[in-house]
Design a protein around this ligand. Structure first.
Ligand code: NAD
Length: 496
């Protein structure tokens, strides 16, 4: 692909160097070259978004939604082509690549559907002659900075609600997946979105992302990515009186398997949680907290299943696990495997880099599984690895399971495997998380639910259905129908 920025409705080549995107399953395959943008392109994108804001925000909500409907139909017609490109650029296997596209489409559908529904509340007033409303207004210019691991769904999750509510957007996709970023913007372009309403800035985080974050004319930053970057963005935004940063970040999630669990459900949910997207999901589980009574049969079945997973070409429909995204990502996972050994774990399945013909062309890793107690200070069971690296941690009481779950700095996703609703409820109340499941994996979000975590995982402003609260501000609007002024709280309106 001939990579471009998209500024004020024009596809513009960068003025400086470019960067390439590769297939992580076959690194010799170059998918495109993209502009390595900097402050000039970031400024131009924000200026275009600011200039487009008055007309876009004054357009009817229903008309704005119709652009999303057209985007949706275009994306639906090309789902298979988009999924294939996504699999080639990100290494996600075909069924996950399709699901990524479908999840983006679902968000656009959800947002479209909301257009004709209430976007505020009629509320009671103490004074019978007053009508009071809580309404919403757009915030202005939104910057969307997104990660590589959901290169279609996450940008659409952030862009579609922002546009519906009347904001304009400057979007920077991850440097690992610029091609999918450009495809999204092409679809909006084909849908006829007015110029300047959505702008695309390609490039690296520090060069192209940071100038967007610190631009004084930006009102909202929607960031999804690592805690390290998100925490800097939150601090930068906090210095500006008119800027809000909503950051969705990493995880150190867990499946808790209770002693009454159905073994098959426990193993399936754990395999999906640990190894879907090769462990590279914010909601992936890298800790399996397992009751000691079920530990032996669980370990045996889990390790046997993990050993048999089909690892290989993401474009092959039978593949369960593709490569990790990049060489640094591969070295990071291998480093954590070594760290776990150094920290004294018992290795149950000694995974590592796969080699031999097709594997040599990409960044393929096999599952690394170990058992350990939850010892204080151990890093491998506390830090986000983002790969096929998983700890089995035994527990004895429900209180201990909750303690282990909470004994990390993240708080994103939790799955509980049990037949006992009372125990599940106890853990729901005691564990710190934002997305929870019973008898399911830690993955599998749907667009009409809130999506976000606590602690290092999120800024308390969830994405998904609740993003509307981030991209709008609520105003109180009260109208007096009496001939005279009457005030709440018994406050006198007499002027003496
Ligand atoms: P990352 O933080 O390295 O990059 C995310 C985005 O931030 C990219 O577009 C990158 O270019 C940009 N960026 C990097 N430095 C920047 C800077 N200084 N200023 C502005 N932008 C900058 O994350 P990644 O490797 O792409 O994705 C993996 C991470 O994302 C993991 O931690 C994962 O858990 C997290 N994630 C979270 C969610 C969620 O919803 N909470 C979803 C998916 C991924």
């Amino acid at each position: 692909m001939d990579g471009r920025n998209y500024i004020n409705g024009e596809w513009v080549p960068g003025s400086g160097p470019t960067f390439e995107t590769h297939n992580p399953a076959s690194t010799g395959e170059v998918l495109g070259a993209f502009p390595r943008s900097g402050p000039f392109e970031a400024d131009s994108a924000v200026e275009a978004a600011r200039a487009a804001y008055p007309a876009w925000s004054h357009l009817s909500r229903i008309r704005r939604a119709e652009y999303l409907w057209d985007f949706c139909n275009l994306a639906r017609a090309q789902t298979e082509e988009l999924a294939t490109l996504l699999a080639r650029e990100s290494g996600k296997v075909m069924s996950e690549a399709r699901a990524d596209i479908v999840e983006g489409i679902h968000m656009a559908q959800f947002v479209f559907g909301r257009a004709r529904m209430s976007y505020g509340d009629v509320v009671a007033s103490e004074i019978p002659g007053k009508d009071a409303f809580a309404l919403r207004k757009p915030k202005g210019v939104v910057v969307a900075i997104t990660p590589w691991n959901f290169p279609f769904a996450i940008p659409v999750w952030l862009i579609a609600p922002s546009l519906l509510e009347g904001n304009t957007v400057a979007f920077k996709p991850a440097e690992e997946t610029p091609l999918l970023g450009q495809k999204i913007v092409e679809l909006f372009h084909q849908a006829g979105l007015p110029k300047g309403v959505l702008n695309l800035v390609q490039g690296y985080g520090e060069d192209a992302g940071w100038p967007l974050v610190t631009h004084p004319d930006v009102n909202v930053i929607l960031f999804t990515g690592s805690y390290e970057v998100g925490s800097r963005i939150r601090q930068a935004a906090a210095k500006d009186y008119n800027k809000l940063a909503a950051c969705e970040m990493g995880g150190k999630n867990a499946v808790i398997v209770l002693d009454d669990a159905d073994l098959k459900t426990a193993v399936n949910a754990s395999v999906m949680s640990a190894f879907r997207t090769t462990g590279q999901r914010c909601t992936a589980a890298s800790r399996l907290i397992v009751h000691e009574k079920i530990l032996s049969p669980f370990k045996e079945a889990f390790v046997n299943t993990a050993r048999r997973l089909t690892i290989g070409d993401p474009l092959n429909n039978n593949t369960f696990m593709g490569p990790v995204i990049s060489q640094p990502a591969m070295h990071k996972v291998l480093g954590y495997n070594d760290l776990a050994r150094k920290e004294g774990v018992t290795v149950l399945l000694d995974g590592g880099r796969l080699s031999g013909k097709d594997y040599d062309r990409g960044y393929f890793l096999s599952p690394f599984i170990y058992q350990t107690e939850n010892r204080p200070g151990m890093r491998c069971i506390r830090e986000e690895v983002f790969g096929p690296h998983v700890a089995v941690i035994p527990f004895r009481t429900l209180e201990e399971a909750a303690f282990i779950f909470n004994d990390v700095e993240y708080g994103f996703s939790l799955a509980i495997i049990t037949e006992d609703y009372r125990k599940a409820r106890f853990l729901r109340e005691e564990c710190e998380f934002g997305v929870g499941y019973v008898n399911l994996p830690t993955i599998g979000a749907e667009v009409h639910l809130p999506f976000g975590g606590l602690k290092k995982s999120g800024s308390g402003l969830p994405s998904g259905a609740t993003l509307i609260d981030v991209v709008t501000h609520r105003i109180a609007w009260t109208i007096n129908h009496d001939r005279e002024i009457k005030l709440a709280q018994g406050l006198s309106a007499e002027i003496t």
